[in-house]
Design a protein around this ligand. Structure first.
Ligand code: ADP
Ligand code: ASP
Ligand code: MG
Length: 456
């Protein structure tokens, strides 16, 4: 079997959904599990509605819901003639949403738990409509509620899947209709805690749902269908002439996703690695294009200049924390104490650099920063710098090619970009730098020109 995940833009309107059905139809013989996101913009709208009512503006929240209902009804009108139970099911989802929104109004409080109950409806809506449209166009299909399969803990907003339970659920609920030759449609992003309370696994999480489902079902391939030609040499919204990459190793793709290549959720690759399942990133607007294949294979020494570096990722909104302590830094246990503070707050650290007198590290949000810095003050002078960005240059070829760091720093020096922190992992497949957020586009541009322009 294969997993086919379609992101928000791939199901944004009737034309997009027709394309999806055409793509799935060609793969029916490979027993596809079709994992869908909410239609593009819907999750954001649901969040805005929840925030509006939290702030006391129920009419605004209800008008967002009305807009969403009209959008989904239009989709149904455009796609489906035999509506059957579809309209009552969609109306019920909107009734539930109105009740949830009113509940938030009455309580005057929006918890992550309520937010998950609200945001998850976007995927429920899109999946019902896509399933009905498939049936109507003669693709035999079944829809399975992902909350019966995606068992998670109760960390609402970023719930952690319990892979053993997901495996059991997938065998129980996905396999029977798949074995009957049906395309099974299910939702990405959403799950449920043990008592059935709805959860979500984090923004952009449909990619992760797809890879976990693929992994527990030993899929032959996990396909991630999106709105660009694959993983590209840089974010195409910054570098319009960025090119798709044919093949990436699991390690390269993980680094890129982790350091900002939004095309894949940062945790997508790990479940695929566990079972050595190839991941393919494909363009639903151009299904004939081969996209990017992500596989275990490590590339040997790069044959051409353009193969040394595969891509440049960037991540904005980074906070740099500098902890200095000439007295204690070299004392044993200092770093352990420092990192235990982050561990106690379950805060992940992205980039680390140490010197004789200080440790610099980055985090990607302000969450719990005041508490963390208060504790850090106890062990050293702590300075916090905001509005920073991480730039990550990735390529297996770097480990076999001397002089790459010199080229990177040379290019940035001539463009007068100030680098604030540098880190090169022991794996030598990435070089990570911190720059001012205002310099992001210039930095990516300079590096892309250095390694890719005119290198064909
Ligand atoms: P989906 O809705 O299909 O999940 P996303 O918006 O989450 O799609 O991800 C696709 C977007 O990721 C692209 O439109 C592109 O702007 C962005 N992106 C950032 N970095 C890269 C990259 N290196 N390669 C491809 N796309 C990238
Ligand atoms: N719909 C969810 C989001 O917008 C999940 C996803 O698209 O992957 O974050
Ligand atoms: Mg996405």
């Amino acid at each position: 079997m294969i997993v086919m995940k379609f992101g928000g833009t791939s199901v944004e309107d009737a034309a997009a959904i027709r394309r999806v059905i055409g793509i799935v139809r060609r793969e029916v013989g490979r027993t596809p599990l079709v994992v869908v996101s909410a239609c593009s913009g819907v999750t954001n709208d649901l969040i805005h509605a929840a925030q509006a009512v939290r702030d006391g503006d129920e009419p605004r929240a209800l008008s967002i819901l009305t807009g969403l209902r009209d959008r989904h009804r239009k989709l149904i009108d455009d796609l489906i003639e035999k509506k059957g139970e579809l309209l009552p099911s969609v109306d019920k989802l909107f009734n539930d949403l109105r009740n949830l929104i009113h509940g938030v109004y009455l309580l005057g409080e929006l918890t992550n738990r309520s937010l998950d109950a609200i945001t998850g409806r976007g995927e429920q809506l899109s999946s019902l409509i896509i399933h009905a449209a498939m049936e109507e166009s003669g693709v035999p299909s079944a829809v399975v509620d992902a909350r019966r399969v995606m068992a998670t803990d109760r960390s609402f907003g970023a719930a952690v899947p319990d892979v053993e339970k997901v495996a059991r659920g997938a065998r129980e609920f996905f396999l029977p209709p798949l074995k009957r030759g049906m395309a099974v449609v299910t939702q990405g992003f959403i799950g449920a805690a043990e008592d059935g309370t709805p959860t979500t696994i984090g923004r952009g999480g449909s990619d992760l749902s797809a890879s976990i489902f693929g992994s527990v079902l030993d899929a032959e391939e996990i396909q991630v269908w999106t709105d660009v030609d694959g993983m590209m040499t840089a974010d195409p919204s910054i570098i319009p002439e960025a090119r798709p990459i044919n093949v990436l190793s699991f390690d390269e793709a993980s680094e890129l996703a982790y350091f900002g290549a939004k095309v894949l959720h940062p945790r997508t690759i790990l479940p695929a690695v566990r079972k050595n399942i190839p991941v393919r990133v494909l363009n639903s607007r151009r299904p004939e294009f081969s996209g990017t294949l992500i596989v275990e294979q490590k590339s040997g020494p790069a044959r051409r200049d353009k193969d040394i570096i595969k891509s440049i990722a960037c991540k904005r909104g980074i906070v740099v924390i500098n902890v200095g302590s000439s007295r204690m830094l070299m004392a044993h246990g200092f770093l352990a104490r420092l990192f235990s503070i982050f561990a106690n707050y379950e805060k992940s650290v992205d980039v680390v650099a140490t010197s004789e007198v200080s440790v610099s590290l980055t985090v990607d949000s302000e969450e719990q920063l005041p508490e963390i810095t208060r504790e850090l003050e106890k062990i050293g002078d702590t300075r916090v710098a905001r509005n920073k960005a991480i730039i990550c240059v990735v390529g297996e070829g770097m480990k076999h090619t001397p002089g790459i760091a010199a080229r990177i720093f040379g290019a940035l020096a001539s463009a007068r970009v100030n680098i604030e922190m540098v880190s090169e992992g022991a794996s030598e497949i990435n070089l990570t730098m911190v720059v001012d957020e205002k310099d992001v586009e210039r930095t990516v541009r300079v590096l892309h020109d250095e390694f890719f322009t005119g290198k064909d």
